[in-house]
Design a protein around this ligand. Structure first.
Ligand SMILES: Nc1nc2c(ncn2[C@@H]2O[C@H](COP(=O)(O)OP(=O)(O)OP(=O)(O)O)[C@@H](O)[C@H]2O)c(=O)[nH]1
Ligand SMILES: [Mg+2]
Length: 437
């Protein structure tokens, strides 16, 4: 790619707006140093164009004769900075009024207002980072667990990008060996194998990467009174949901974010499904069906202390339809985990029917006594390899997944002509640099 520096100077507040020790504004662009010169009175420096990279400069932000704040500036000149432009970081006192006053002053001197993501866009434009790194940055900031942060920091530091550069290198080497021959020779076959292996390895990481970014929804489903809310409370470790011996207690649904083995999930407690004349309960059941529609995993609960009845059968029917609809969508793996609750009470339930209807072994729990839950947690994270090695490339966006799936399909079908190799290179480049290729 050609380097083309933006001609705009932008300013972004990069710390949250609120009370704090420090509030930071970043000014980035060709006029950053001159703009800062106009509003900064340094104790030991007159002209910031003479500033040294990475050195801190103490002074005041001024508007005419008025001091606005006492600040410390950090200067990073073009080439050395995150954005690839001249950058002035203004470290003000934290606090909405002060920070906004300094920010408005910078803007009144000609800087364009931007968000912190705008700085990343400038860095991308100047080839300081690639599209994958730009995608990783906001996700790193929003990371819900330590593992998310670890994986995304690795991708921001280039783990996935390096792998794609290796794939690009392989296609270039294929160019040298296969030239224009329609029949691939032995070396080309080896390269193709290597490429297929690398892309398969990347695609296998996608469910894990995507689940870190957009947590899977676990919906707790069952007829009234089977212990859904009791299970929700046991998982959350607090008495958040009302639990009662009367069926039909939960009317609204409730959802919370949880972490199991450092994988984030959204867990949803729902109103029990049954036939009812009650209008409000009918509305609640409609909501339960909506939640089921967006579920990635379902914890289907049955009551150990009662024989299977027509209401349980309705649940089994709803699960069958859900599974069929999900298989049709084929977006993510969908799992039903049948739970037999209240195992502290004498068994009345024939679990064989449930096992054969859901085609899965059942799990025995007592939500009230918090027993049997560990096995359920293991099952929930079972599809992910939570044993993460530092620096592993991980696919974490739909865009990356879509492009790499396309590359994989090409490897299956294409006779390795020059055009096919070029098409593959385009896909890897697009993955790295966005749609401009
Ligand atoms: N013995 C025993 N009782 C349980 C267990 N889990 C739940 N219960 C009891 O079952 C009753 C219903 O529990 P809830 O958690 O409110 O059931 P629910 O499925 O949320 O019910 P709805 O909101 O009405 O659909 C309560 O009296 C709970 O104390 C369990 O593991 N063992
Ligand atoms: Mg409930």
């Amino acid at each position: 790619m050609n380097i083309h520096l933006s001609h705009e100077t932008i300013a972004a507040i990069v710390t949250p707006l609120g009370e704090g020790g420090i509030g930071k504004i970043v000014v980035s662009g060709p006029k950053a140093l001159n703009m800062a010169n106009d509003i900064f009175e340094g104790k030991h420096i007159k002209d910031l164009c003479n500033a040294e990279n990475g050195k801190l400069y103490y002074g005041h932000i001024v508007s005419g004769n008025q001091r606005i704040d006492e600040v410390i500036l950090n200067i990073e000149k073009q080439g050395n900075s995150f954005t690839g432009e001249d950058v002035v970081e203004i470290n003000c006192h934290g606090g909405i009024r002060i920070l906004m006053r300094v920010y408005e002053l910078v803007v009144s001197h000609g800087a364009k207002k931007e968000t912190w993501e705008g700085l990343a866009a400038q860095a991308l434009e100047n080839n300081q980072i690639d599209t994958i790194q730009k995608e990783a940055l906001p996700e790193l900031v929003a990371a819900r667990t330590k593992l998310c942060a670890k994986v995304l920091l690795d991708q921001y530091n280039g783990a996935l990008s390096r792998m794609l550069h290796e794939c690009l290198d392989i296609t270039k080497q294929m160019e040298c060996t296969s030239a224009e021959r329609p029949n691939a020779d032995e070396k080309t076959i080896l390269f193709l194998k290597e490429l297929t292996h690398s892309i398969d390895a990347l695609l296998n990481t996608a469910p894990f990467g995507m689940a870190l970014i957009s947590p899977q929804a676990i919906v707790i489903l069952g007829k009234p009174n089977v212990g859904k809310s009791t299970l929700m409370n046991a998982v959350l470790g607090e008495e958040q949901m009302i639990v009662h011996h009367e069926p039909g207690t939960t009317r609204d649904y409730a959802s919370e974010y949880i972490s199991i083995e450092d994988i984030p999930f959204e867990i949803v407690d729902t109103a029990g499904i049954r036939k009812t004349e009650d209008t409000v309960e009918s509305m609640s059941i409609e909501m339960t069906r909506e939640q089921l529609g967006r579920a990635d995993k379902v914890l289907a609960i049955f009551d150990n202390s009662k024989p299977l009845d027509h209401e349980d059968r309705e649940i089994l029917d709803a699960l069958k339809s859900w599974k069929m609809a999900k298989e049709y969508e084929r977006q993510r793996a969908c799992t039903i985990i049948p739970l037999i609750n209240k195992t502290d009470l004498p068994a009345q339930l024939d679990t064989k029917i449930i096992e054969s209807e859901i085609a899965s072994p059942v799990y025995y729990i007592s939500a009230q006594k918090k027993e049997g839950l560990d096995v359920v947690y293991k099952k929930l994270v079972g599809e992910f390899n939570t044993c993460y090695y530092p620096g592993t490339p991980v696919v974490f966006s739909k865009r990356q997944l879509h492009l790499l799936s396309g590359a994989r399909r090409m490897l299956e079908t294409a006779a390795f002509s020059a055009a096919a190799r070029q098409e593959l290179r385009n896909i890897f480049n697009e993955c790295l640099w966005g749609a401009i290729y």
